[in-house]
Each structure stands twice: as C-alpha cells, then as structure tokens.
Ligand binder design. Structure first.
Ligand SMILES: O=P(O)(O)OC[C@H]1O[C@@H](O)[C@H](O)[C@@H](O)[C@@H]1O
Length: 542
C-alpha cells in the first residue's frame, strides 16, 4: 500500500482525534517512517515511541493488537473460561493524549468485547505484579503497559505477592556475626529512577526484615519526563550518578536501582576503605544471586529435589560452571523472559525446582513464585545476601565475587553494541559472519572451535546432526563462535532497539590472573569487531 493510502486508512480508523490531526497536518516526508512497517513483538514486548502510525505505540495499534491477542486467546482457551490481567505504569505523551493507563483501559475494553473477563489492576503497579496476578488467578494472559497502588483489588494481590516473597525467599535465620568480622551491617541507597519502584522495594526491604534504605528523594516519585537522567535505564552510563553521590555524602555502602517499571535491578558497591565504586555487571549480579539461591535454598533442599537454574544464551557461562561443580541442572534459552519463563514452566512440570533464572540485561527471577524478571524481590534478596556476607563472612559483595571467581573460574565478559538503523546492514553483517555457509575456521588469527548459527535453517557444529537445540529464526538470527582459547563471541541484533549487539566472554585458565584475562580479551574483542563487523565501512556508531 502506498504511504498516501496507508495514512488515509489510518486516519479513518484511528479513534484518537489528536493523533489523527497529527497525521493530517504533517508534511508527508516527516511521517513516512511511521507508516513504513508494523511494530512487532520483540525481545520483551511491543516497544516504540508514543506516536501515530503502525510503527508506533498509539490507541489504534493497541486496539488492533488487543483484538489479535483476544482472538489468539479464544483459539487457545476453553471458550467458557478465558480471563486476563492488565497493569500499567506512569508513562505518557500528554500532547497526543496517549498514556499507559489509556492503553490499559482500551485493552480491557477490547477483551471485554470478546467475552474475556479482564481484571484491570488499579493504580500504577510494578511489572512483576502482573505475572503474579496471572498465576494467582490462573488467567489465560497478562498484559503490562509499562508506576502507587491503593485500590482494594491491587492491594490484595500485593499482600499475597509479599507473603509469597516472605515464604519463598526470606531466610529465617539471622546472620551469625563473624568472630573477627571487620564489617558491620551494610547500608543502602535506593533509586526508583523516576519510576514506580519506591513503595514496592521499600516494602520488600521490610519483608526481608532489613532496616530501611535511604531513597534518592529527587528520583523517588513517578515522573514520565524523567528529569534527572538522560536515559532512564540503570544500565546506561551516568544513570546511577545521583544515587552514588548521595551514598558518598551519607556514607552508605551499596546502591540499588530499579528501572522505571521495577522489573530489573542494578547494583553498585563502595569500598569502605578506598571509597572506590564497583558497578556490578548484569552477569555478576546474576552469578551472585544464583550462587546465593543455591547456598540458601538448593544445597540443603530435601533429598530428591531436582534443582535447576536458567539463563539466556547471551549471559555468562559462569552459572553453568557453578551448576556443574555443585550438581544442579543449568540450561540456556534465547534472549528475553518470554523464553526463560516458558522453559521455567516446562522444567517445573518435569518436577524441577527452578531456583533462579536471569539475563545479562539486569533481569533476575529469584525462585519460581513468578516466572518473570522481578526487580522488587531481587532487590530484597540482594540486600539480604549482602547483609549475610558483611556480618557472617566479614566480606563485602565485591570480595565475595572474587572468591566465586577463584572457586568457579575467572569468567570475564566484554559486551557492547553499535547503533545500527538499517536492517539491511544487520543482514549484511550476519551474512558476512556466515561466510556463505562455509563458516570461518579462524577469525583475526584466533582459531575457531565451533559455530552455532540460530538463523534459518540453523547450524550447530557441536551437534552430531548439526541441528541446534535452541529455536532458530530468520528474522532475529544469532551467531555464536567458540574459540579454542576459551573465548565465546555472540552476535545479534537487538529485539527492542536499533542496535547490533555483541557479547564476548573468556573463561580464564587456572593460574592466569584476572587482569591478564581482561587485557587479552579486550585486544581480541577489538580485532573480532573490526574483522566481522567492519564498523566504519558499515556506518556503525558507538
Ligand atoms: O537485547 P534486546 O533484544 O535489546 O533486549 C535486551 C533487554 O532489554 C530490556 O529492556 C528488557 O527488559 C529485557 O527483557 C531484554 O532482554
């Protein structure tokens, strides 16, 4: 369909007078991009700007999506019983009268018209409350439109959610003070990053019987303009600055940060002697929490308990090394909790106790009370772990991490991304790495041990039939190259943003100091990126 026809059809269907007028008044060349493609379900849902057109988030896209989803649910569920839960956060574009709340209400209206009985959680809620309510209600589906909950319904789910955290994740025995422990109880600063996390993570702390944290006041309340951060993602450089400044001024040990819808968690720790900060990477938080869940709930589980942990394929393989040494099942899945959560449910139905799952993009799921990432419970578990480490072992979290490295291996990762706005360039790079199906035997002088290509038709040199076990996809391919020196390099386009991502990890050899592994890896990453991605030729920008 031509742009003209597409935009006319859009205007005839769009119920929102402001987005209709936007399209009618705009110069065609300024809005053509909004009609160039249809928004698709990526790694973690539908994600785009709140603007008109099928490529963006707006009332018409929400109505159409809800219709499609409703038809799918009806095709899957017995006709008499389908139910759904819908939650929303504080984001909005007031100029166009578009908001998370409005999208949530439209979704409910569409579902109701299909006879799907839909619970709309009142008030801003953290994303993890939606999967929790889905499980409680045995609903067919949950939808979160991604912040203070005060209505009686929402309140009852919150009460049950925090009781589940208490029964599943809170250790009842307090830490036993180390005889010569130099460290006292750690203290915390918390930021909600202008999102909805504050009341919930505060309650998580009290559920774990922890003393209250010090909140970053200016970032505590929901504010859809995110005034004090350049990008409201705790992984981005500078996002924790405000919290770290407060911790320094008030002499606190650890910064905890939720992302705005509180399903993810970032952590930084300040050395009590030097004042130097360690900002933990997602993989480091993952292995710390995974190991803690094993020590707290796995190691002494009743005889016969089959324990398991999961991580996305692009996450560190250190948790796998922990699993191999400690004797529990570890499996990897594709990126995103849609994959991790589904595998979690399958493992539960096979009789496994899934103690922990995570993805390097700071998404953590402690226990199996929900099968989705949860920054609220993860913040409580992390703070409880830190308290036990400081008090019982006399070690900081950073020191404990060094101990884990010396026990399970010096895993060093170097992950990053380039902005890449043209899908044709992504396809060209992936084709180049594939080398016409004649995969490289060496890259930039490093000998290749094996290749896994999760594009179509799929290839895995480590399998006798060369068929990968993870699902393949033509539209979101991922290539993994394992090198004989212990390095694993993975390449894929982001499923949420215009980025080409790389994830490179080196499993250090015994006796080789961590610093040396880091230096060798940095050199290798530069060479691999230059050879396989040709950044300047392909116009890739950092
Ligand atoms: O690598 P992608 O596809 O951009 O996704 C990265 C992550 O993006 C985060 O924003 C999502 O919450 C995660 O679930 C997701 O894995």
């Amino acid at each position: 369909m031509s742009f003209n026809d597409a935009s006319k059809e859009w205007v005839s269907l769009d119920p929102n007078p402001l987005t209709r007028k936007y399209v009618e008044d705009a110069a065609p060349e300024s809005i053509e991009g909004m009609f160039s493609k249809r928004i698709a379900f990526g790694t973690a849902g539908l994600r785009s700007k709140m603007l008109p057109g099928p490529a963006n988030m707006n009332d018409l896209v929400i109505i159409q999506t809800a219709q499609g989803l409703a038809e799918y649910i009806l095709s899957m569920s017995p006709p008499s019983s389908p139910t759904a839960v819908v939650g929303y956060d504080h984001r909005e574009n007031p100029t166009l009268n578009l908001s998370s709340e409005g999208f949530a209400k439209l979704t409910k209206a569409v579902f109701d018209s299909y006879g799907i009985s839909t619970t709309l959680l009142d008030g801003f809620v953290p994303t993890p409350l939606v999967p929790f309510a889905v499980k409680e209600q045995k609903a067919s589906c949950g939808i979160m439109v991604t912040v203070t909950a005060d209505s009686a319904l929402t309140k009852s789910y919150l009460d049950k959610y925090f009781s589940s955290i208490e029964s599943d994740l809170v250790l009842t025995t307090p830490p036993t003070p180390h005889p010569s422990s130099p460290l006292t109880v750690p203290t915390f600063v918390y930021t909600a990053m202008h999102g909805i996390g504050h009341p919930f993570t505060s309650r998580s702390f009290s559920t774990f019987s922890l003393p209250p944290f010090l909140p970053v006041g200016i970032q505590c309340d929901p504010d859809a303009t995110f005034p004090t951060v350049s990008f409201p993602n705790p992984e981005e450089k500078g996002a924790l600055d405000e919290a770290m400044r407060l911790a320094e001024a008030e002499n606190k040990d650890i910064v905890l940060a939720n992302d705005p819808d509180a399903d993810r968690l970032a952590v930084a720790e300040r050395d009590r002697t030097t004042g130097a900060w360690t900002v933990f990477k997602g993989d480091q938080i993952g292995v710390l929490l995974g190991h803690w869940m094993w020590e707290s709930f796995g190691r002494n589980a009743p005889a016969g308990t089959k324990c398991a942990m999961l991580a996305s394929a692009v996450s560190s393989k250190m948790l796998k090394a922990v699993a191999e040494k400690e004797g529990f099942l570890f499996e990897e899945t594709l990126t995103g909790f849609k994959w991790i959560g589904s595998r979690n449910l399958e493992l539960q139905s096979e009789g496994y106790k899934v103690l922990f799952s995570y993805e390097e993009a700071i998404g953590f799921c402690c226990g199996d009370m929900i099968v989705d990432k949860d920054g609220v419970s993860a913040a409580g578990v992390f703070a409880q772990m830190a308290t036990h480490l400081y008090v019982s072992s006399g070690t900081s979290v950073s020191q404990h991490l060094q101990h884990l490295y010396s026990t399970y291996g010096e895993f060093v990762s170097n992950n990053g991304y380039f902005f890449c706005y043209d899908p044709a360039i992504v396809a060209k790079i992936i084709d180049g790495i594939r080398n016409g199906g004649e995969y490289f035997k060496e890259v930039a002088g490093y000998e290749v041990e094996g290749i896994r290509d999760l594009g179509e038709p799929g290839y895995d040199s480590s399998k006798p039939d060369n068929k990968p076990t993870l699902p393949t996809s033509a539209s979101s391919p991922m290539i993994t190259i394992s090198f004989t020196n212990g390095c694993v390099a993975q390449f894929r386009a982001s499923g949420t943003e215009p980025k080409f991502k790389y994830y490179v990890e080196m499993a250090g050899k015994p006796g080789v100091p961590r610093k040396q592994v880091e230096e060798e890896l940095n050199v290798m990453v530069d060479k691999l990126l230059e050879t396989l991605l040709s950044p300047s030729e392909n116009g890739l920008t950092r």
